[in-house]
Write a protein that binds this ligand. Sequence first.
Ligand code: GLP
Length: 241
Amino acid sequence: MKLMVMKNYDEISKACAGMISELVKKNSEAILGLATGSTPIGTYKELIRMHKEEGLDFSKIKSFNLDEYVGLGGDHPNSYRYFMDHELFNHINIIKDNTNVPNGKANNLEEFCKEYDEKIDRAGGVDIQILGIGSNGHIAFNEPSSELSVGTFVVSLTESTIEDNKRFFESIDDVPKKAITMGIGTIMKAKKIILLANGKSKANAIKRIVEDRKLTTEIPASLLLLHPDVTFIVDEEAYGK
Ligand code: GLP
């Protein structure tokens, strides 16, 4: 695992966007694994700037997102499809049909999950996967538990995640209780992984991973220690400085 400790959020975002743009320039047909949450917003802003000012070309890029709330359609302002369209896709020249976000309204969720993994495999696998981290150490929506899933699956969100994410909703009762998420195995198949973390609320999870260097399903992000090409880009607060 490579660890980069940056001064602030702006530096994290520039470092991450720099790694993505390097890949996109080298491989115009690269497959990006994308994340939602507040953490990657700065990275997406920087990619949009690179597209507008430097002509960074996404016309042949494909993307797969990590997760989506069950029950929310793409036109719901709290859905992750809506987030991706508004924070990134609508501002760059990626072709919408080449962007994939799990369908939270699929009729048969189990079948959808299986097909999502197959679609990623058929596309050739994710070249670079961006991840945030929950304050409880979750990645995507793989929540702390005695067992973790390998493939994409439907998960019941923990109270702590519902609590963390209620800030985006009118009330805590509006936060969906279930989500579709790539499993740990799906995430680990990515050729390269970048995990971003900023702010004090992430310090405990980051410390337990980078200092203890132990694998535990109680901190799902610790499983990333097994990946051959993973970089944690964190700011000083998330590093506990
Ligand atoms: C959600 C998402 C995760 C994200 C996490 C952290 O639970 N499913 O993919 O990493 O929130 O969010 P934030 O970046 O807003 O702290």
